[in-house]
Unconditional design. Structure first.
Length: 197
């Protein structure tokens, strides 16, 4: 069992390192054009605001009595806070959602919390591997701009976020569904034109 864990960790680390190095190069291009009219990217202020939201969201729920017995992942994209993971009860789901709704600058809380035991180390390692494979698949797709999407995997389910045209979102979903190990793909993208209004 330990060998299996080690193998998953090593593979995840290698693929993540490869993906980060490629993504950083792409991010440099997107950063340079962040003040342009390319609606598929958040500008620098929006990115920093999302990072602040995630930090404030963690502070908002870390004192809840069940927090240490839960697995909660929170990702903010353009002010929309997506909440994933597992908590002990329906009451816990309610408390998390209520606390996050009070976080400053959050325009919407999208809760995908499930009642149940926290996922295992093996499952989380596999999620990391799936995320890396999906990012790589998007990166190599000639009709998609991979830096337009944020990819998060929880318990085999892939969540795609971004400010993109509808056809881009649909194509990215199709690409993600083709990756081995993916249970389902959930789109939390927004129309690039709508986001600019």
């Amino acid at each position: 069992m330990k060998k299996q864990f080690l193998m998953i960790f090593v593979i995840s680390f290698i693929l993540s390192a490869f993906n980060i190095s490629v993504a950083q190069a792409a991010d440099n291009d997107s950063y340079q054009s962040s003040s342009s009219k390319d609606a598929s990217h958040r500008n620098t202020d929006a990115v920093m605001n999302d990072q602040a939201i995630e930090s404030k969201a963690k502070d908002a729920i870390s004192s809840l009595s069940f927090y240490d017995d839960s697995h909660i992942v929170m990702v903010s994209y353009n002010g929309r806070l997506v909440v994933l993971g597992q908590v002990p009860s329906k009451e816990a789901v309610k408390q998390v959602n209520e606390a996050l709704a009070q976080v400053a600058d959050v325009r919407e809380v999208v809760s995908e919390l499930q009642v149940g035991e926290p996922t295992s180390f093996t499952t989380r390692s596999n999620d990391t591997l799936i995320t890396t494979k999906v990012k790589s698949a998007l990166l190599t797709h000639k009709d998609l701009k991979s830096t337009s999407f944020k990819v998060v995997t929880e318990n085999g389910n892939v969540y795609l976020m971004g400010l993109v045209a509808d056809n881009q979102a649909k194509e990215a979903s199709k690409v993600a569904r083709s990756v081995s190990g993916v249970n389902k793909v959930v789109l939390f993208t927004e129309s690039a034109n709508l986001a600019n209004d």
